[in-house]
Write a protein that binds this ligand. Sequence first.
Ligand SMILES: [Zn+2]
Length: 117
Amino acid sequence: MNYGVDVDYLNEEEVAELLAVSSEVIVKYLYDGELEGVELGEEWRIEVGDLKEFISKLKEDKEEELKFKDQQAIEVDPNWTLDECGHCGELRMMNIELSPFCSVECRDAVDFGVQSL
Ligand SMILES: [Zn+2]
């Protein structure tokens, strides 16, 4: 509802890559309804907003992990969040406290900009 002008979608492979798990794990969460998504043929479409919600739910609710204890469960470091790189805008899981950038290159690009002022 509050997504602004554009809504970004990811497929289950991209979500799996961001969370460093296999796509089978993501599909389990999708079928279980824990992660909202739309199944289109062989692929899923997950809204970035829904993924962010899912990640904060994982951080709050450890029962989610217990449910999947026989499977590979997603563990999210409470300091990590899904956000866009402050330099190139790429969507990544990152520790916003430490560095709001996707890579050292992006961090340096901004750091050097700041230092030269
Ligand atoms: Zn970047």
